[in-house]
Write a protein that binds this ligand. Structure first.
Ligand SMILES: [Zn+2]
Length: 313
């Protein structure tokens, strides 16, 4: 094998930062990197940040980008639109995908970044060799992905795995998705910061919230474990219907270990189908912050050429 041939790039363009992974022909990750995105950046600005990151990391590691074969791109939100012909990229995502395709002269395959993290965990991480997986990423928002029979489930409209938008309360507060009382609206970091503030605990953001829980700040652990129980109830419903081998919990909250995982395990163990519930492993994700970028590479390795969401230069 010539390790400089056949490079693949995975990019994860999030709300606040873009992350990069580069794999060689042997499917080994040979470089990773990260860059912040200014708050409120539009798609063209996100695309420029991604291009600059690829160029910078390539130079730092002496990687010849002429050997690049394809780019996998993870984006926030629903990535697909059944009204578009196969091969088209949904308009909302086109600027980022098109800019990357033009800059590097390769095809760009797009999918949701939480779903790609699920694929990465089943390829390299906490669910290696697990054929049926439910993955949830609990962070600022709540995303997820299902691997069924070894394949990432995309859904008819690109929305498979959107656990965060299961409604807990049809009369609840409105959600950015257009629904009401969504799980994300109750347990996303912003909602939990508001609950803490109402109890007189002022915290600046997600990182401060997780750090306060690690420091066992009174009140914070109770808020987070109650939120984990809410998540566990939704995951238990999901498990009854999908019967996975494993549930993997990723995102910043998963780093809190038993505080988060125990309420989820209890909810699944207490299932109406107890023989199934007790056999399902609940484990933290393995791959950390680069999971989605790595999943974008796994997506390129597993993809079917006719899948919607692909852009060819
Ligand atoms: Zn929602």
């Amino acid at each position: 094998l010539n390790p400089s041939a056949g490079l693949l790039i995975g990019l994860d363009v999030g709300r606040r930062r873009v992350r990069l992974a580069i794999a060689n022909v042997a499917h080994e990750i040979i470089a990773t990197g990260m860059a912040d995105i200014p708050a409120g950046a539009d798609a063209p600005a996100q695309a420029e940040a991604a291009v600059r990151l690829v160029r910078r990391v390539g130079e730092e590691h002496g990687i010849r980008l002429g050997a690049l074969e394809a780019i996998g791109l993870g984006l926030v939100g629903i990535v697909d639109d059944p009204s578009l012909p196969a091969g088209a990229v949904p308009a909302r995502h086109a600027p980022v995908a098109r800019r990357l395709a033009e800059e590097f002269g390769v095809r760009v395959a797009v999918d949701n970044n939480a779903r790609l993290a699920a694929l990465a965990e089943s390829t390299w991480g906490a669910a290696r060799s697990v054929g049926d997986l439910v993955y949830v990423r609990w962070s600022v928002g709540v995303g997820g992905g299902f691997v069924v029979g070894g394949r990432l489930l995309r859904g008819a409209h690109g929305a498979a795995g959107e656990i965060g938008h299961v409604s807990l309360d049809p009369e609840g507060p409105p959600c950015h998705c257009g629904g009401r009382g969504c799980l994300e609206r109750r347990i996303g970091s912003q909602a939990l910061l508001e609950v803490c503030a109402a109890r007189g605990i002022a915290l600046t953001g997600l990182d401060a919230l997780v750090a306060a829980a690690q420091d066992r700040v009174p009140g914070v652990c109770e808020v987070i474990s109650a939120a984990a129980a809410d998540l566990g109830r939704i995951l238990a419903d999901t498990v009854v219907q999908l019967d996975p081998e494993r549930v993997v919990v990723g995102g910043e909250f998963a780093s809190l270990g038993s505080l988060v995982l125990d309420p989820i395990r209890q909810a699944i163990d207490g299932l109406a189908l107890p023989k199934i519930g007790r056999r399902i492993g609940v484990t933290p994700a393995d791959l950390g912050v680069n999971a989605s970028a790595m999943g974008a590479i796994a997506f390129l390795l597993n993809e079917e050429p006719a899948i919607p969401g692909h852009l060819r230069p």
